[in-house]
Design a protein around this ligand. Sequence first.
Ligand SMILES: Cc1cc2nc3c(=O)[nH]c(=O)nc-3n(C[C@H](O)[C@H](O)[C@H](O)COP(=O)(O)O)c2cc1C
Length: 314
Amino acid sequence: MSVTLLSSPLQGFTDFRFRNAFQKYFGGIDTFYAPYIRLDGKLKIKNSYQRDLLPAHNTELEVIPQIMTNDADEFLFVVKYIQELGYSELNWNLGCPYPMVTKRGMGSGLICDPEKIDHILNRVHNETDIVVSMKMRMGYDNPEEILETFPILDKYPLKNIAIHARIGKQLYKGGVNLEAFQRCVENTSHKLYYNGDITSVAKFKDMQDRFPSIDHWMIGRGLIADPFLPSMIKNNTLEHPKNRWEIFSEFHDTIYHEYDAFLSGPTPIKMKMQGFWEYFSTAFSNPQKTFKKIKKANNPKAYQQAVSDILKNE
Ligand SMILES: Cc1cc2nc3c(=O)[nH]c(=O)nc-3n(C[C@H](O)[C@H](O)[C@H](O)COP(=O)(O)O)c2cc1C
């Protein structure tokens, strides 16, 4: 069966700088989802979202923009914005688990409100010709919520529904619920993509064996932790390339220089790279020691030295 791999968006990580460097050094991803656009009541697109979606910043890869909202007018506004940029699909985030979002009936807090979902999809399909896809958890409180929502979703020509096989109140804790994901497979006529905890080729193969009807797979954190993972899945190999750390080092230096040129001052770049290292370090032989070294590096010179020491030890 063919395998299509999607990069699952991570706000604060998978922006255009990361995506372009990833594509240059690793490959293996067919389509990248951009992190969500959120308007917060004002019909205005923040500069950071604008920069991220600018076609000139995304020439080498296929990108699908994403929105997080529970408001039809906001949705329509963003559709118009992305269509003017040349995009033809908008992905709708019904997965975000954070209470600040869910308490306001957005992200995974919207899954239990099929009427509102119906209203928004109805307006979007009547008033625009945008292709809509969904990215959802299976519920906020329980994984049956999505089953109640499927009859509404089945009324619309959605391109696909990507499902992160957790519920919102779990945040990122506990495991994925594969029994509940199987119930999703059995209860919708839409094409489903699987998302959640694909962190190695072996794990990917387990998922593929378990869900033979799924041929689209989204990878989020696993791709940052080990950026070789998508190409290894595609090449059906458990082996990293021989020059693994050389390639990683070039990739690292590329994103470091790009973020350093954009962010001003030593603290923002430290925090940015530390965020990446929280994931990168998990692929090193001693994750804790690796991350500690990065955290301790309090100026750019010490940081470069720490990275160089870490890579030399691998
Ligand atoms: C820091 C962080 C930021 C995220 N930002 C987004 C986002 O902007 N849009 C979205 O749909 N999901 C977002 N997610 C969820 C991931 O895309 C993904 O669905 C989730 O991590 C499960 O997949 P994984 O186990 O492969 O990481 C985010 C997750 C994390 C940890």
